[in-house]
Design a protein around this ligand. Structure first.
Ligand SMILES: [Zn+2]
Length: 281
């Protein structure tokens, strides 16, 4: 099943989306770059290799295995009632996305998890290659949390795989430096996370980073009042203040960063604008 759904359909879709977004973000750039694109591309791809290997060889097989086993255990929300398959699939998809909103908050709030997620946030520019810059430790830890979510929700193996493809596609899209027509983005943002919305999450200003945790659907942040849209993209300085020295952010340093002493977030402020929930260009 993994080979059919993920390798035969998912991988070509995700590679195709990557090529399209890479070209579009090159032509229509949203935020100004501060670093060499080629250098970051090399760093982000190399850092992503162990995470990618674990995604395909550990994370996905583990999630599918749990979902298959759970069809015998019948544990979880979806096994409590007998609804048409498509409705159960929609419920599972939406709740999986909710579990990832919660997981993303934990990545920021649990000091142990922040060690790993920090590597992703130290990128000083935000573009499609940031979507791959994850420390492999974060991937290993996510197996436990996201595996528990699969069981508790009672997700079918097919939906596990379909959600994972959608999750990866959404991650590529909202990290990309694509300047969409403003009105189109505003309309899209009523339902899904868009590049401007996620750009604010990568700001060096703490309260901006502490917002916009959603992955696919943007309504989780609205529901929990963690949404922040009132920031103009040209004002955003991307990264983590205590890790803003480009020379330090080498491949080796990024891979060992979670195992060293973690620096405190240095204060960085900007006068807040009004219209808290109004998306700004
Ligand atoms: Zn984050």
């Amino acid at each position: 099943m993994i080979k059919t759904i993920f390798d035969s359909y998912g991988a070509p879709i995700l590679i195709g989306l990557f090529i399209i977004l890479f070209i579009v973000e090159s032509k229509f750039q949203l935020r100004k770059r501060v670093q060499s694109r080629l250098k970051r591309m090399i760093i982000n791809f190399i850092v992503s290799i162990p995470a990618f290997a674990l995604l395909r060889l550990l994370f996905i097989p583990a999630m599918v295995w749990l979902a298959v086993k759970n069809q015998q255990w019948l544990f979880g929300l979806n096994y409590l009632y007998d609804l048409p398959t498509w409705i159960e699939a929609v419920i599972a998809f939406i709740l999986l996305d909710y579990s990832n909103y919660i997981w993303h908050i934990l990545l920021h709030k649990l000091p142990f998890m922040w060690r790993f997620h920090l590597v992703h946030h130290t990128d000083l520019d935000l573009d499609i290659t940031t979507a791959f810059r994850f420390h492999f430790g974060e991937m290993i830890a996510s197996v436990l949390f996201r595996g528990a979510a699969v069981i508790l929700i009672g997700v079918s193996p097919a939906i596990v795989l379909i959600y994972e493809i959608a999750f990866e596609a959404a991650t590529q899209f909202h990290h990309s430096n694509t300047k969409l027509p403003f009105r189109l983005e505003k309309a899209l943002n009523t339902l899904i996370v868009t590049p401007r919305m996620h750009g604010i999450h990568h700001s060096m200003i703490k309260k901006e980073t502490d917002s916009n945790y959603s992955i696919i659907f943007s309504f989780w942040d609205r529901m929990h009042k963690t949404v922040r849209l009132n920031i103009n993209q040209n004002q955003i300085v991307t990264g983590v203040p205590a890790y803003a020295d480009e020379k330090e952010l080498t491949i080796g340093n990024l891979l060992k960063m979670p195992f060293l002493k973690i620096r405190e977030w240095k204060k960085s402020e900007r006068i807040e604008e009004q219209n808290y929930n109004e998306l700004k260009p």
